[in-house]
Write a protein that binds this ligand. Structure first.
Ligand SMILES: [Fe+2]
Length: 295
């Protein structure tokens, strides 16, 4: 028997809205069911939640250890585990991204409470990175599985924070391949020359934005959303006037596994320096630092 019988799909592969639930009272086996529903539908919405900051944190902690935001301070409240974004303080995430992919183990899932919203506008879109991978042709899929990509925190003014992830990761719960590059944090395909990387990344990061893989959600005040940060990206539509405040808790991530081990080495310009070498400095510098760390 399901604890969540009032579930309505928003699109075939991504998004479900669940009504008549009080998240303050969800525990035990119902939490396990929510984990399964989240792996399957990737984003879940719970309208009409009356939750305090403490309720929000307590609900989040049922899914794992919570982490604060590494770079952004809350504008209005002081709480180590709650991350607040207010549009009036520049908090509008209007570029497609998976949260915090410049970290080695980016957030596993996030739970967002819509606290304040404009009368109209400020919708959020999510896209399904499993469906996006599935829809690629087999030759492109095969190539993607051989690649990795450098991600950095330059959008947060911390370009020195970098890591490398596989372009296709294996979802730890479903074992499905996930197309894991985003326009906000992903800078470079590691195995490609700069020019190849620019074109191919542009293609992949645009591809995931197709309406076929995505949903657009129109919020109501006090709706809570939770998303699987391992298989989705999201985007806030910056088309509104007035205040929009969200509060979020983020569950610490797990280890990223590639769907397949690559047989290719990182791009190497063979020591040939030219005017274009500047495009390789970031990648080469990072690989060098990793090499020195290990030796
Ligand atoms: Fe985000």
């Amino acid at each position: 028997m399901s604890f969540f019988s009032e579930l309505k799909l928003i699109s075939p592969s991504i998004g479900a809205e669940i009504n008549n639930v009080d998240l303050k009272k969800v525990e035990g086996n119902a939490i396990n069911e929510l984990k399964d529903l989240l792996s399957r539908h990737k984003v879940l919405f719970f309208p009409n939640q009356k939750i305090s900051i403490e309720d929000h944190v307590a609900f989040g902690e049922k899914f794992g250890e919570l982490q604060g935001h590494p770079h952004i301070n809350n504008p209005n409240i002081k709480h180590a585990k709650i991350f607040e974004l207010a549009a009036s303080s520049g908090g509008i995430a209007d570029e497609w991204h998976t949260d915090l992919t410049f970290q080695e183990q980016p957030a596993l899932l996030s739970i967002l409470h819509m606290v304040e919203l404009p009368e109209v506008g400020g919708d959020t879109l999510w896209t399904d990175l499993v469906a996006a991978f599935k829809a690629l042709s087999k030759p492109i899929q095969d190539m993607c599985m051989e690649l990795s990509a450098l991600h950095d925190a330059s959008p947060h003014l911390h370009p020195e924070k970098m890591t490398i992830h596989p372009v296709v990761r294996k979802h730890p719960d479903t074992n499905e391949p996930v197309l894991y590059v985003n326009e906000h944090f992903t800078r470079r395909i590691v195995e490609f020359a700069h020019e190849e990387s620019e074109h191919f990344l542009k293609f992949l990061t645009s591809w995931v934005q197709k309406p076929e893989f995505s949903l657009r959600y129109k919020w109501q005040k006090h709706t809570v959303a939770m998303w699987d940060n391992r298989s989705t990206q999201h985007y806030v539509v910056n088309n509104f006037e007035g205040e929009r405040i969200i509060q979020r808790v983020t569950v610490t991530g797990d280890k990223i596994e590639p769907y397949k081990q690559s047989s290719y080495q990182a791009w190497n310009a063979n020591g040939k320096f030219s005017a274009k070498s500047r495009y390789d400095f970031q990648l080469m510098g990072y690989l060098d630092s990793i090499f020195k760390e290990k030796n």
